[in-house]
Design a protein around this ligand. Sequence first.
Ligand SMILES: [Zn+2]
Length: 179
Amino acid sequence: MARQTRSNDWGFPRWRAYGDKGRSAAKVRLCDREGCTGSGDRPAPKAPNSQERWYFCEAHAAEYNKNWNYFAGLDPEEAARRAAEEERDSSGFRQSAQWKWAGPGDGSRSRDEMRALGALELDSDADFPTIKAAHRRLAKENHPDLKQGDEGAAQRFKQVQAAYDVLKKAEDRKNGKAV
Ligand SMILES: [Zn+2]
């Protein structure tokens, strides 16, 4: 009914303002951070050496740049421990609403899993065989035996291992396996 549409305009000015924002935002690229209605005019690489870009608003670009190298330098146990902590956090509604990265839209990936996918140069909807293949390729490329004395490759190798560990555990949880 026409009346139904009209009733959207009846709210307090505060609600009107939100509605207006939604309409104008449809014309510009939105910030890729889930739930953010800022305009996404700050491209940020999804992973080192990746052509894929996120588009964030200024505030979220700054946050992302601060955190994007999250797994670098963490040994796999440390990375897994942090992932486990974040898992616990996300059961609290405040954390889950605030900290989930833009993902496949179904909210099935935690922030750490999204970062891990980024570290493996993968998109958010990559399936597990794809994850395995990317891990194998990147681990090989950056293997200490191959890149002796290359500190950058050593860091990247650790990052790739940590990322895979996070995603493997997530896959096991999904399949009902104890981890
Ligand atoms: Zn934003």
